[in-house]
Write a protein of this length. Structure first.
Ligand code: AMP
Length: 547
């Protein structure tokens, strides 16, 4: 027996319908690859997305077809998502920072039929075109005046395609559980794996993402999603903004401090979301030029752990409230966020930072637990750390084409591959990726915690901690540091700085200084490469232990 309420399908295109009817005048501002700033409204975007749906149908695309985008955050990329899903197609975001072989693998594995590309990435596609098995056409996201000479076959100009349509089009209705979007994990080991979102999962994620204790964006907000649409679903903001009716400010290809500052100020941005690296560049720009951020109220930071110094700077020096979030491609991506609970608003600044530095608590619809190697649940005491497991309606159930086999435990929880603690108030803190954890004398040392403290040193730009083989302890931590330009910090300075801030047995056995720390295509420290780089490294303590 069923209840008697309307069974309206949770289709993402209805989000844009809502924006058209209720926020049609609200702006989408984009910095374009061509160099100019473009402005349109949700009403314009709705019409252009419908025209795109028509154009895609005329190109032979239909329900269930996977259509890729290789693009920065712009109004065209936004329209493309809705145009694709409007015909029952599946948007598939490609990360341009991946190696050509990985891109080829992903495009073929997903069976992409058409690829939308920004001008910037035409050469990337040209280089791999001959290896693409299913691609029938390429749409270059520009106007006729900027169309490049290209060796690509079956090429179309985005604006010309739109100009040729009437816009008289109704979205194709699909089941809410039909595929809607696709994104591949960055695959630091082995091939990347595909995650296929449904309309329903994206809509549920939107409701959760927009709720007050999560990102909490409102119609009065001007939001800047710096987090790319090609990585982890842009944290859901391409759905969240039109659902709320917020103004969108797209940074396009320019994510340096100066460009971000310019848009934040000119477009009176009140909310933004990005990974720590982007904020680091912005803060350096602000400090170097003695600038402030009078309009910016909230930033959500995630993707990697937020260093405490960054939190403190935003909150104390710039009056911007930070929410530290954790998530992953497999979670659509939001899994937790560090919003206060009752009583925390009146705590001291330091106590508040102690809370905000954690990755936060799961919102409703995300269940979380930590387990030991045998799958037994560990206590939520803020001390025990174990495998972080999650369950919910916008969390992956299996990878595309069943890659990786069964990925849920017997209770339906997905193993995130992260290691974390959960405290009695429900706040989760990531201590490591399971494969990066340092095992010393049978105990685990959190590399992330040491890294976060080390970057608090005024002479340190970035730091990474990896485990190095040790004859007595199995592994001991090595601290790897990139100094700030012109800084002159020594191993002894670094160790003295860490003293008292971490347990004695967590103290790195050595400190090395390097020019650069390698990063993955999604901006995370590439621990695997670092471990390979330091494979032959002998710790000074190893020699004495071996004697
Ligand atoms: P991706 O799917 O590329 O977004 O990567 C997800 C992974 O990024 C997670 O499994 C974590 O290891 C890491 N990550 C995301 N957010 C955070 C955070 N706030 N702190 C630490 N690690 C994070």
């Amino acid at each position: 027996m069923f209840g008697q309420m309307q069974d309206v399908s949770l289709q993402v295109n209805r989000i844009l319908d809502h924006a058209l009817v209720n926020h049609g005048e609200r702006e989408i501002v984009s910095r374009l690859v061509e160099g100019n700033i473009h402005r349109e409204t949700y009403a314009d975007a709705h019409l252009r997305a419908r025209k795109l749906s028509q154009a895609l149908q005329k190109l032979g695309c239909g329900e269930g077809d996977v259509i890729a985008t290789l693009a920065w955050n712009t109004h065209r990329h936004f329209e493309a998502w809705y145009g694709i899903t409007g015909i029952g197609g599946v948007y598939h975001t490609l990360n341009p920072r991946l190696f050509p072989e990985q891109l080829t693998y992903i495009i073929n594995h997903a069976e992409d039929k058409v690829i939308f590309t920004d001008l910037t990435f035409v050469p990337v596609l040209e280089a791999i075109a001959k290896d693409l098995l299913n691609v029938k056409g390429v749409i270059i996201m520009t106007d006729a005046a900027h169309m490049p000479d290209t060796s690509l076959q079956n090429v179309h100009c985005y604006e010309d395609l739109l100009d040729a349509q009437s816009g008289d089009f109704n979205w194709v209705e699909v089941d809410e559980r039909a595929p809607c979007g696709m994104c591949y994990t960055s695959g630091t080991t082995g091939n990347p794996k595909g995650v296929c979102y449904t309309h329903r999962s994206n809509v549920l994620h939107t409701l959760v993402g927009n709720s007050a204790d999560v990102m909490g964006i409102r119609s009065v907000d001007s939001i800047m999603p710096v987090v790319p649409m090609f990585h982890a679903n842009a944290w859901g903001l391409a759905f969240g903004a039109p659902a709320a009716g917020s103004k969108i400010v797209n940074p396009g290809p320019n994510m340096d401090g100066e460009s971000i500052y310019e848009l934040l100020t000119q477009e009176e941005v009140t909310f933004s979301a990005a990974v720590p690296t982007v904020w680091l560049m912005l803060l350096q720009h602000l400090e170097a030029n003695n600038l402030k951020l009078p309009k910016l109220e909230n930033v959500t930071i995630g993707g990697s752990a937020v260093p405490r110094v960054m939190l403190e700077k935003f909150e104390r020096d710039y009056g911007v409230a930070v929410k530290h979030a954790w998530g992953m491609t497999e979670l659509s991506p939001l899994g937790s966020i560090a919003s206060f609970k009752a009583g925390m608003e009146t705590m001291s600044f330091d106590e508040q930072m102690d809370i905000k530095v954690k990755q936060g608590r799961p919102p409703y619809l995300v269940e979380m637990k930590i387990t030991d190697d045998e799958g037994n649940e560990l206590p939520r005491d803020g001390e025990a750390f174990g495998h972080l497991m999650v369950r919910g309606p916008f969390i992956v159930g299996e990878y595309v084409k069943g890659d990786g086999g069964e990925i849920l435990d017997k209770d339906g929880f997905f193993d995130t591959g992260d290691v974390a603690t959960l405290d009695p108030l429900g706040f989760m803190q990531i201590t490591d990726r399971a494969k990066d954890v340092i095992k010393s004398g049978g105990e685990w040392i959190s590399s992330i915690e040491i890294e976060n403290i080390a970057v608090g040193h005024e002479d340190v730009q970035e730091s990474a901690v990896i485990g190095i083989e040790h004859p007595k302890w199995d592994e001991r931590p090595l601290l790897i540091v990139v100094k700030n330009p012109g800084a002159d910090v020594t191993k002894e300075d670094m160790l003295a700085y860490l003293e008292g801030k971490i347990a004695k047995w967590w103290m790195p056995d050595d400190v090395v200084f390097v020019d650069e720390i390698p990063h993955t295509a999604t901006g995370k420290i590439q621990k695997l490469t670092l471990r390979q780089q330091f494979a032959d490294y002998t710790l000074p303590t190893a020699e004495s232990a071996a004697e």
